[in-house]
Ligand binder design. Sequence first.
Ligand code: SAH
Length: 283
Amino acid sequence: MSDSLPLPLTAWPELRPGWVWLCGAGPGDPGLLTLHGLNALRQADVVVYDALVSEDILSWAGNADLIYAGKRGGKPSAKQRDISLHLVELARAGKRVLRLKGGDPFVFGRGGEEAQTLVQHGVPIRIIPGISAGIGGLAYAGIPVTHRDVNQSVTFVTGHDQTGDTPGSLDWNAIAQGSQVIVIYMGMKHIAQITQRLMEAGRSASEPLAFVTSATLKQQNVVESTVGTAVDDAKAAGVEPPAIICIGRSVLMRQVLDWQSFEAGAAPRNLDPLDRGRPAESA
Ligand code: SAH
């Protein structure tokens, strides 16, 4: 089935009956699915997919049964167990099962929990990583998640835990003081609380912040803001999940690296955003 992939057929792994492959579908743009993901789609008997997996990607699934297992934040966690056990049942029925999740399956996606349940039930698995929204989604907004002049570390944070609250185990002081760039998944519900805590821990109200909604998709929208004005700006702009939030000076790089604007006809500009608009030194 892998005949049109750019390697000899034998080089691609075979999805065997009774196995489950847990695969990341990337943040949205179907072109960001990996070749291993495509290879899996072409072999699967059943694809169990989440809310943020695009229809284009599902359309590559050949004749597989498509089962929707989507759920959005705040729903009872029992459902997660049901999904995992359903995967076990499908595998035991001898199906070639592909579990497709948005972004990367091991980044805030409960892929680790599903994989653990499968292994505990004796089901063999393969993990296919994907491009996570916190990296690829920001790249589509022209925000490099690291830049030598900005940050030597980046912290990926979830905006809420199993109970739906901001994670109590997070040490916001340490994050505020230790990480120049903070990338927040599932942060919309508690954005007021999060920005407040960061400011209390010493982050400046004027520090750049960006909301990237529906990142990598046609309807992608970017709202540039600051830590101090984020709540009002999000409200005024009608920012809706799914949104990835980036806090830090790397957001300024978007002034020159918003590559999607070139497709709309904008001309590349010789500025150094980190220097507040002075021309970049010539190479
Ligand atoms: N495993 C996924 C994350 C799942 S958690 C990954 O690696 O990307 C779901 C959260 O991811 C959303 O609430 C949002 O914060 C973020 N997210 C996923 N896809 C997104 C997209 N296309 N645009 C913006 N945010 C996205």
